[in-house]
Write a protein that binds this ligand. Structure first.
Ligand code: FAD
Length: 817
């Protein structure tokens, strides 16, 4: 007798299982029951049907019952709902939804692939006609019809998972204002918050609004339709899409007494067999093994449903096959970016108590010299002991799909994280790099595992700094100026070797750069010089992505009118110059902006295009600091475009001169040892905290800068007498108090030596190395007859104008007299 196989559900899992069963045996009698009007339709395409990207619903219908009959000899009964099953009699009860008649069918084997349904909590007002969910083609059509007939202006999306965000994009593209409400503090739960922030940042740039941290408590259809949030806030809207997750559609399995987990998912073994050996279950309705954690989870994705369908069919046909679990590889397009993840998130690993390590990087999808490169933010999680890859998350514009798939394959093939460096991946300039981003992750994992690099992460920086760690920003001054970690000092990597003496040896150090690589080089230099140093993984980009959620740059949609704040006399020419900085990583775009601003007049504008992910933030803060006006900021296909108008404040070309808070000017008038030392100590401290410092030595103060063994200089008699009477250089200065004919000063110097306090000469040398500007007063030199060659090397000579210019640009000016 023919084996009779009945299948409940005719979409991803059900249809795949039926087709595979037929390929395995012509002898089976196969009947598929589907309560909806379509089988084998692509529900993954539904958001794009709503948005009009897919123009006709029939394009989503991959197969029809007639086709299935003709091709596979499978009896497909659409609009037939299975109401219950009798495991003892091995029958199911079906209702024909067109005729309303019920009937029974017997089975030898039953396959359940009923999927999962959108969660619709029992909230007040939940049945309002303006609230939609999205699972089927009719659901999509209902939304389309509402858009056409009611012409809603403002949509609320409840839930920021992938369906919610795809709907946000598609409704926005239909011209609606879209607000996403999410109970968690982040979008996309499979991602960790710092990676999810990159997605939120992009959505905000595109004009999507968010409300995080509060769930919806009810819907109010009073005067105006609104969602009411926890705490009572009302958000008026014209329509709602509920996308808060799905729950297994398993009532019939539950009623039949099959084993389910606490959330209603059917428990199956690795053969996809339920607690009844004649019943198999697959797809969104089941709970499956998470092979990374060794426990079970529910993953509602089409790929796993289809693989499970194949395993079930093979086992039913008598093969010894096993499903090897689901690692949850998923990908989503959100406007111009792609976000993908595989394996476990850090949140999951923490919850499971797993001993893991992680690395971050931000790299272009292909070599940056080939046009069109776009950055990707990558996070790799791996076992701290054996290096097994545990998960990865990538957000970028291009090439995300390929990288996540390589890492998913590494998880499946048990290739440890440090061996990712060995993978031979396809490369030509338009596609990748000789060291592919995945290879880079491998290098980083290897360095972390073997101790070559000690990494710290964004969330550890503040705590370590509180305990005394010194944070060294090894980017260029321009990058540092455009944004930095609070309290960090700036030593450009290229100057690091020459400025090592400025770095305290008794404190732990954290190095960082823009994406992590220069920070790593700095770490290696300092480690070899005996410092206790760690590098910030992912650099400043990952840091701001994680920590600065409040100042995410937002799109300035409309170009602002020409500034009316320009003082009279400035020509408002409004010339727009286009600068292409695409493919350049920081500081390239900012540097190009400086250069371009240098060439335009006040009131003129430039537009600069860049692909560096930090550009939107950098340019926003740079404009604020430099007194230039950000006129327009937009992003398209990963290209940021900023229009900037040159401002009038100070020298707007590089903004550094306007960072008044970051400048200190000291006027050293005194020649007393303690006072001059205090001036140098303040100056050195200010430099260490990131300030630019100028010291102006005038009158008696100038003596501190005199050389001990200066060359003979021709002087007038008066000048010679003066020169003899005045202390010649730092070592000859005396205390302002208790000098006691030199005894007090000598004692003080001895105590300082014992306490390892730097002498004034040493302080002056350090100051020169830290680029403290030492300016000798020209007028004093003239009056006292001191020539430049009598002063220490590196001292600039300047007039009052020079001093006043520095004062103008300073937040603080101190007078040491
Ligand atoms: P389904 O494909 O949902 O099929 C179950 C079918 O069973 C349904 O048609 C239902 O009507 C029928 N049924 C249920 N109960 C009965 C009954 N008692 N009698 C008769 N019929 C019954 N996954 C991805 O991997 N990538 C994506 O981009 C993606 N995008 C998605 C977008 C949307 C809008 C949605 C809704 C899902 C998306 N998914 C995506 C998820 C993916 O579609 C599902 O994981 C997959 O379809 C699950 O297959 P399944 O067979 O378990 O369930």
């Amino acid at each position: 007798m023919k084996k009779r196989i009945l299948i409940v559900g005719g979409v991803a899992g059900g249809a795949t299982c039926a087709a595979r069963l037929r390929r395995l045996s012509e002898e089976f009698e196969i009947i598929v029951f589907e309560k909806g009007e379509y089988i084998s339709f692509a529900n993954c395409g539904l958001p794009y049907l709503v948005g009009g990207v897919i123009d006709e619903s029939k394009k989503l219908v991959l197969q029809t019952p007639e086709f299935f009959k003709a091709r596979f000899n499978v009896d497909v009964r659409i609009k037939n709902e299975v109401l219950s099953l009798d495991r003892t009699a091995k029958t199911i009860l079906i209702k024909n939804l067109e005729s309303a008649k019920t009937y029974k069918e017997e089975y030898d084997v039953l396959v359940l692939s009923p999927g999962a349904k959108p969660i619709r909590p029992a909230l007040d007002g939940i049945n309002d006609q303006r609230i939609f969910t999205l699972r089927t083609i009719p659901d999509a059509r209902a939304i389309q019809k509402y858009l056409e007939t009611a012409e809603p202006k403002h949509a609320l999306i409840i839930g920021a998972g992938f369906i919610g965000l795809e709907m946000a994009e598609n409704l926005h593209n239909k011209g609606l204002k879209v607000t996403v409400i999410e109970k968690l503090e982040q979008v996309m739960p499979p991602f960790d918050p710092e990676m999810a922030n990159a997605i939120t940042r992009h959505l905000k740039m595109k004009g999507i609004s968010f409300k995080f941290g509060k769930g919806v408590e009810s819907f109010d259809a009073g005067k105006s339709f609104a969602a009411v949030l926890e705490g009572g806030e009302r958000i008026n809207c014209d329509m709602v899409v509920l996308a808060i997750g799905v729950s297994p559609d398993t009532t019939i399995a539950k009623d039949a007494g099959l084993l389910l987990n606490t959330t209603g998912a059917i428990i199956v073994d690795s053969k996809m067999m339920t607690s009844d050996e004649n019943i198999f279950a697959i797809g969104d309705a089941v709970t499956v093994e998470n092979p990374i954690l060794g426990d079970n989870w529910q993953v509602a994705l089409a790929g796993p449903a289809s693989r499970q369908a194949r395993i079930a069919a093979d086992v039913i046909s008598g093969m010894d096959k096993r499903y090897n679990g689901t690692i949850g590889t998923s990908i989503v397009k959100i406007f111009d970016i792609t976000a993908a993840s595989t394996g476990c998130s850090e949140k999951l690993l923490k919850r499971a108590g797993r001993n893991y390590k992680k690395v971050y990087t931000n790299v272009p999808n292909h070599v940056s010299y080939y046009p069109g490169a776009r950055p990707m933010s990558m996070k790799l999680l791996f076992d701290a002991d054996n290096g097994a890859v545990l998960g990865a998350q990538i957000v970028g514009v291009y090439g995300v799909d390929r990288r996540i798939d390589v890492i998913a394959t590494a998880i499946a093939g048990k290739i440890p994280a440090d061996k990712l460096k060995n993978l031979e991946l396809a490369y030509a300039p338009p596609y990748g790099a000789a060291k592919d981003p995945v290879n880079m992750l491998g290098f980083m994992a290897e360095n972390t595992l073997n101790g070559m690099s000690k990494t710290v992460h964004f969330d550890e920086v503040a705590g370590l700094a509180k305990k005394g760690a010194i944070i060294i920003d090894v980017r260029t001054a321009e990058e540092y100026m455009a944004g930095r970690i609070d309290g960090s000092i700036n030593i450009d990597l290229n100057e690091l070797r020459g400025r090592i003496s400025e770095i305290p040896r008794d404190k732990p150090l954290i190095t960082y750069c823009q994406i992590g690589f220069r920070g790593y080089l700095a770490e290696r230099i300092l480690r070899q010089k005996g410092f206790d140093v760690s590098n910030l993984s992912g650099g400043y980009l990952t840091y701001i992505q994680a920590m600065r959620t409040d100042d995410m740059p937002v799109t300035i949609e409309e170009e602002l009118p020409i500034s009316d704040t320009m003082p009279n006399g400035f020509a408002l020419r409004n010339t727009v110059k286009e600068i292409d900085a695409c493919g350049l990583s920081c500081p390239g775009p900012i540097k190009k902006t400086f250069e371009a601003m240098d060439e335009i007049a006040v009131g003129e504008r430039i537009t600069i295009k860049a692909t560096d992910p930090g550009f939107a933030s950098d340019i926003t803060s740079w404009c604020k600091m430099s007194g230039n006006r950000l006129i327009k900021l937009a992003s398209d296909e990963g290209i940021f475009s900023a229009t900037i108008e040159r401002g009038t404040v100070g020298d707007a070309t590089n903004g550094r001169e306007n960072m008044t808070k970051d400048r200190l000017t000291l006027v050293v008038f005194s020649e007393k040892l303690d006072k001059v030392m205090a001036a140098f100590i303040i100056a050195t401290g200010a430099v260490a905290s990131g300030k630019k410092v100028s010291m102006f030595f005038t009158f008696w103060g100038l003596n501190a800068l005199r050389k001990k063994d200066s060359p003979k200089v021709k002087k007038t008699l008066l000048h010679s007498i003066f020169a003899k009477m005045m202390p010649k250089g730092a070592d000859k200065l005396k205390l302002s108090n208790l000098d006691m004919a030199g005894i007090g000063t000598s004692l003080m110097k001895r105590i300082m030596r014992e306490k390892r306090v730097e002498s004034l000469s040493e302080l002056i040398e350090s100051a020169k190395k830290s680029k403290i500007k030492l300016i000798a007063c020209q007028m004093t030199m003239d009056v006292m007859g001191i020539a430049q060659e009598e002063l220490l090397d590196g001292v600039e000579v300047g007039g009052v104008a020079k001093f006043l210019e520095d004062c103008d640009n300073s937040g603080t000016s101190l007078f040491v007299s």
